[in-house]
Write a protein that binds this ligand. Sequence first.
Ligand code: WT7
Length: 662
Amino acid sequence: MAENETTQGLHENRVFAPPAGFAAGAAISGMDAYQQLCDEAAADYEGFWGRLARENLAWHKPFTQVLDESDAPFYKWFADGQLNASYNCLDRNIENGNGDKTAIIFEADDGQVTRASYRDLHARVCKFANGLKSRGIKKGDRVIIYMSMSIEGVAAMQACARIGATHSVVFGGFSAKSLQERVIDAGAVAIITADEQLRGGKPLPLKSIVDEALAMGGCESIRDVIVYKRTGGNIAFQEGRDLWLNELVDSQPAECEPEWVDAEHPLFILYTSGSTGTPKGVQHATGGYLLWAALTMKWTFDIKPDDVYWCTADIGWVTGHSYIAYGPLAVGATEVVFEGVPTFPHAGRFWETVAKHRVSIFYTAPTAIRSLIKASNSDEKVHPQSFDLSSLRLLGTVGEPINPEAWMWYYKNVGNERCPIVDTFWQTETGGHMITPLPGATPMVPGSCTLPLPGIMAAIVDESGQDVPNGQGGILVVKRPWPSMIRTIWNNPDRFRTAYYPDELGGKYYLAGDGAIRNKDTGYFTITGRIDDVLNVSGHRMGTMEIESALVAHPLVAEAAVVGKPDDTTGEAICAFVVLKQARPHGDDAKKLAQELRNWVGKEIGPIAKPKEIRFGDNLPKTRSGKIMRRLLRVLAKGESITQDVSTLENPAILEQLKESA
Ligand code: WT7
């Protein structure tokens, strides 16, 4: 192994061939079939994507041009074609004779189950769409969805798609302030929400947070707040602005002619964190996005008509868009939609639910796996082996690197060594899977996302954009545009160009923001982590700058620097170094203030952004020119001693203070 191959996964030499029975029936069966598709893409890139787009989507008006690069990097795909995403996800399945097939099995927090067939879901979406239209919401309008996991949440997204409104789902864990910022940036005309959400047996507010967000001002574009009654909890109602979902939709007709939109029409905006500034509104198009959501369901998940598929993500994240709200429905699958949390009423809930619904494909995050490993080590009753998991045939992970030990546990204890694991690397910006094993083809190596999907021209380059040889780490890029890629940053095309197509790389390569390395022998990719100031905590992406801005907004805080530190369960944990406007606190005072600051960040951004650790100093380690030396803070956060050169440091004495956690 080369010296710089430091990541755990790179020292992994266990290889797991896809189970023989699996390969036989798989959509892409064997490495030759994979290679053939890669060759097809290399030989005729547009021909390849054009064929797939015709085969996998129903077009109202066929496209004549596949890729338009004339305004690069604002690439357009299938631009003169027209389609509707909701038609592709619902009507098409009914026309194919699957109207009575179960589309969604809703597993509520308390274990209650509700089912919706494709016909039911179609009717609900049409009524919802007609309800939105009756409020004057139309094609091109932006609609914020701030909802719990529910059939209504999926229906809300589909209803927007049906009428050509661009949705922007905001995760239900974000604060009023985060919600307000997104409403303003998107210029949304309506918010769809619920009275409350149920998680782990507890009602959590949604509607009251909407009220709070709108009261902050600047949200005058919002005309309607549509409220789904989930718990019946007590909420305030503002006449003329707020309306109950059921009152809006119940009397609507169950048919709604889809609004045919151009392939490039923005299907949704989803805000995500970057290294600087406010969250970026990642804009996705309709045609290319839906193509990839559908196709990766077939390629990566090998979805079959009898599968029961379950992705445990929330619709507030891109995983819940591509692999709950759109992909599974676009291929006519039966999917579980889960409202609850993995640890309620006990830490065996995932496995119990797999057994209950005979789930065959299970897709979750490494963080969840790691926390369930811990729980099942101390309580046999919640161990996966205590449940009947014989229905499983494929497992997946997403959102962060999976450490080989967690991979092995998942493989042995959940998959019983029968189920391939797809470790899917992708991003909000990529719309769908990019680098992942194919379950019927790719030999798996724990901790490696293996190889790019056919047509995805992923590569590793150095800082000037030159290819680096296998075995040498570098920057992950994608050399050619692909259909489901981000189109722009809403309201900020300049930021799109500089963030993703930087001049340093020649302006031609998509910059993922991750470091990666390819194995010398196999060419397999291992992601080595973000190369920017973006943290990944439990698979949730957060900018250090956002958390710093939240901290300095507190009246007592003068300065703050946030870094990630490795964490056994959450992957990374947030560690904040804080300088106060007053004397540095000690002991209980420090503890009390740290707690206050944590809650403050929770209020400013959302509970997921609360720092795990806070350390107070009289200053931060800075160079003579005043630049904060983050690499030193990272070392301190890990609890390691500083061996680096600190000669450029203005104030070396400060390091001693910052070793101590409040
Ligand atoms: C970042 C994207 C992918 C949808 C959910 C997260 C990290 C994602 C993996 C993986 C290693 C991964 C990367 C990426 N990441 N999947 N399989 N192995 N790292 O989407 O919030 O946009 O975050 O998550 O760092 O850049 P996101």
